[in-house]
Design a protein around this ligand. Structure first.
Ligand code: G6P
Length: 608
C-alpha cells in the first residue's frame, strides 16, 4: 500500500527520498513521486509506474534541495496516473502533501471547496486536503494542519511541506501508521521503518490524533489540538541487512529459507528447560481463561489461514469453542462479543486496517484482546491487552511465508499455555505436544534441504490454467494457504476444496491433466483422503500428493509425492505448507512473474 518518506537536513533530499521509497516498494504501489524545496520553490515530480521511472526523471532534471516529501501510491480513488500520483499541491504550489489512507468525507469537502472556486485536477480524495490547507494557511503551517485535520474523517497519515515555511515539515496521523526518525542535524518522516533504517534506528511512533513539527534540528510532538506531548524513543532492534535479499533472487525465497530460524526464534525463548511455557507479554490467569466462553480469531489473508489452525489447537487442547473470522466480515457482522470473549487478532504487520478496527470493536464491547504480530510497536501491538510477538524478522515479500509458520507456532504455544493453566490437558498429552513443537524447526530445515523434486513439479504445472488443492481437516486449511500462494504470485487460477466436497460440484471441473495438489498428512483421515485422490485420478487429473514420510502406498494412487517428516497431525500445517510455498515460488519464477511485488497486491493493507 502507499508509502511515505519525508526528509529535512543537510543531505540531498532526492537521494534520501528515493532510497526510502525503494525500501517501501515491497508494500505494493502503482506510482511514485517527490516534492523538493528547491530555491524557494516546490518542485514536484511524479509518475505512474515503477520507482525507476521517477528516478530516471530525477537524474535527468538534477533537482537539488535539502527538504522534501515522497510517496509511493496504491490507487484507491482515481486510476493509477501521473496526475493522481502524490504529492498533491494547492493552486499556487506553495503547499505540497503526501497522504496514506482514505478521506471518507472528501466529497462533502470538495463540494464546499468547488463553491469557493477551487479547481481540482485529480480524481483523488487527497487533493481536498491541499485546498483546505490553502484555505486555512495564514503563515503558520502547524495551525493550518490543525484546522484542516479537524475537518477530515477517515484514515490518514499526512506529511506536509510549505514553500513559505522552508525549515518545517509537518506529520500527522489518524489510523494510518506514521513514524518520525530522529537523526543528527536531520530528521525523517516515514510510514514504515525500513524507509529510514539506513539513517537512524531511533524513532517516535505517532499515535492516532498526534502530530509532529519536524525541523532539521528538532522535533516537536503534539496532539492535533496543539497540546504538547512527550514520547519515548523507540529503538529498532533489527538492521538493514535483515531487510535485504542477501544473495537470493527474491525476498520470498529468502524468507522461505529463513523459516527454520524464524520458528526457532519464535519458540525457543518461550519454551523453558523444564518444559514449561512462558509467554512474555501474555498475562492471562487461570481465572481469566475460565471466564471465557468462546474465542474469536480474527485476521486477513494468510494470517487468517494461520488462525484456522489456532482454532483446531485451542479447541483440542483448551476445549473452548473458537470462531475464526475474516476481519472485514467480523467488523460488519453481528459477532457475539462481551466480557466473556477472548479475541485473538493475528497480523504480521500489525497495521492491517480491518484487523485493527476489529480489535477496536472488540475492545469497545469489553472483550479481552490478544495480538499475535510480527512488528513491535505496531498499532495492533500497542492497542491489544496481551501481545505475543512472532520473531520472524522483517517480511518483505508480499506473499507471506515465514510470518505464517511463526503465527501457527505462536498459536500452538498460546493454546498449550491456556490448556496448562486450566488443567485442560493431561501431562502426557502436553509432553508429547512440546516434544513435537521442539522438533518443528529442524523438520522444516529438512524439507528445505532438497528442492529438486519441487522444481521439477513446477515445470510440470506452470502452464496450467487452473490448479485445485484438496484436503481434509487441517490439510484443507493448508490447501487454502497453498492455493492463495499460487494465485497471488503466479496469477494461475486456483481453488482449495474440502476433499469430501469435491463431488458436490468441483469434480465437474476435473479433466485430463488438471493439476490437483492433494494433502494427505492426517493419519485419522488418510483412508478418506485416498478415496478422494482416486476420485480425481479416475477423471485423469495429474495428482501431486503431500504425505508423511514412510507412506509408500500413496505412490500407487498419486502421480508424484512430496514427503514431509513425520509429525503430530495438528502440527503438520507448519511442515506441509513449505512444499506449497516452494511450488508457488518456482511456478511463478517459470512464468516470469514479479514474485515479490505481485500485481495489484500490497504487503500492508492500510485501507479498507
Ligand atoms: C496482505 C498481504 C498478506 C497478508 C495480509 C494480512 O494481503 O499481502 O501477505 O497475509 O495482508 O496482513 P497482516 O499484516 O495483517 O498479517
Amino acid at each position: 500500500m502507499c508509502g511515505i518518506v519525508g526528509y529535512i537536513g543537510n543531505k540531498q533530499a532526492v537521494e534520501v527520498l528515493t532510497d526510502g521509497l525503494a525500501k517501501l516498494e515491497y508494500r505494493g504501489y502503482d506510482s511514485a513521486g517527490v516534492a523538493i524545496l528547491n530555491d524557494n520553490d516546490i518542485e514536484v515530480r511524479k509518475f505512474k509506474g515503477r520507482l525507476s521511472v521517477l528516478s530516471q526523471d530525477l537524474e535527468r532534471n538534477n533537482i537539488h534541495g535539502n527538504v522534501g516529501i515522497g510517496h509511493t501510491r496504491w490507487a484507491t480513488h482515481g486510476e493509477p496516473s501521473d496526475i493522481n500520483s502524490h504529492p498533491h499541491w494547492n493552486q499556487s504550489c506553495s503547499i505540497a502533501i503526501v497522504h496514506n489512507g482514505i478521506i471518507e468525507n472528501y466529497m462533502d469537502i470538495k463540494e464546499d471547496l468547488l463553491q469557493k472556486g477551487y479547481k481540482f485536477t485529480s480524481d483523488t480524495d487527497t487533493e481536498v486536503v491541499c485546498h483546505l490547507l490553502n484555505e486555512y494557511y495564514e503563515g503558520d503551517l502547524v495551525g493550518a494542519v490543525k484546522k484542516t485535520v479537524s475537518k477530515l474523517e477517515g484514515a490518514y497519515a499526512l506529511s506536509v511541506m510549505s514553500r513559505d515555511n522552508p525549515d518545517e515539515l509537518v506529520a500527522v496521523r489518524m489510523t494510518s501508521p506514521l513514524i518520525i526518525g530522529i537523526g543528527e542535524e536531520e530528521n525523517f518522516i516515514a510510514s514504515d521503518i525500513p524507509a529510514i533504517l539506513k539513517y537512524t534506528k531511533n524513532v517516535y511512533i505517532l499515535n492516532d490524533g498526534e502530530m509532529a513539527l519536524v525541523k532539521k534540528d528538532g522535533i516537536e510532538l503534539m496532539t492535533v489540538n496543539g497540546t504538547p506531548i512527550s514520547k519515548e524513543v523507540f529503538t529498532v532492534d533489527w538492521d538493514v541487512e535483515a531487510a535485504e535479499k542477501g544473495g537470493y533472487d527474491h525476498f520470498m525465497i529468502k524468507e522461505i529459507h529463513e523459516q527454520p530460524k524464524a520458528i526457532k526464534e519464535t519458540l525457543s525463548p518461550r519454551l523453558k528447560k523444564d518444559k514449561t511455557i512462558k509467554l512474555d507479554d501474555i498475562n492471562l490467569t487461570k481465572e481469566n481463561i475460565e471466564n471465557f466462553n468462546k474465542v474469536y480469531i480474527v485476521a486477513c489473508g494468510t494470517a487468517y489461514h494461520a488462525g484456522l489452525l489456532g482454532k483446531v489447537l485451542i479447541e483440542k487442547f483448551v476445549k473452548i469453542p473458537v470462531i475464526v473470522d475474516i476481519a472485514s466480515e467480523f467488523r460488519y457482522g453481528n459477532p457475539f462479543i462481551d466480557d466473556k470473549t477472548l479475541i485473538i487478532v493475528v497480523s504480521q504487520s500489525g497495521e492491517t486496517i480491518d484487523t485493527f478496527e476489529a480489535l477496536r470493536l472488540g475492545k469497545r464491547k469489553g472483550a479481552r484482546i490478544m495480538a499475535v504480530t510480527n512488528v513491535v510497536g505496531s498499532s495492533i501491538a500497542r492497542e491489544a491487552h496481551d501481545v505475543l510477538y512472532t520473531w520472524a524478522g522483517p517480511e518483505i515479500a508480499v506473499a507471506s511465508t515465514k510470518a505464517y509458520t511463526t503465527q501457527m507456532a505462536s498459536l500452538a504455544l498460546i493454546a498449550l499455555d491456556m490448556a496448562v493453566k486450566t488443567d485442560a490437558i493431561s501431562q502426557p498429552e502436553y509432553n508429547k505436544a512440546i516434544e513435537e513443537i521442539e522438533q518443528l524447526s529442524s523438520k522444516v530445515a529438512e524439507i528445505l534441504e532438497d528442492l529438486d523434486l519441487v522444481k521439477d513439479l513446477a515445470l510440470d504445472i506452470y502452464q496450467a490454467e487452473d490448479v485445485f488443492f484438496i484436503g481434509r481437516g487441517v490439510d484443507y486449511d493448508v490447501a487454502r494457504e497453498g492455493s492463495l500462494k499460487l494465485k497471488e504470485i503466479s496469477y494461475i487460477h486456483s481453488e482449495a476444496i474440502q476433499a469430501g466436497e469435491l463431488k458436490h460440484g468441483t469434480l465437474a471441473l476435473i479433466e485430463k491433466d488438471t493439476p490437483v495438489i492433494a494433502l494427505a498428512t492426517q493419519d485419522r483421515l488418510y483412508d478418506k483422503m485416498l478415496s478422494n485422490i482416486k476420485e480425481v485420478k479416475a477423471r485423469r487429473a495429474y495428482v501431486i500428493a503431500i504425505a508423511k514420510k514412510g507412506n509408500k502406498e500413496i505412490e500407487k494412487s498419486a502421480d508424484k509425492v512430496i514427503y514431509i517428516p513425520d509429525v503430530m497431525d495438528e502440527l503438520s500445517p507448519i511442515l506441509s505448507v513449505i512444499p506449497l510455498q516452494l511450488l508457488s515460488y518456482y511456478v511463478a519464477k517459470e512464468r516470469d512473474c514479479d514474485i515479490d511485488k505481485p500485481r495489484n497486491l500490497a504487503k500492508s493493507v492500510t485501507v479498507e
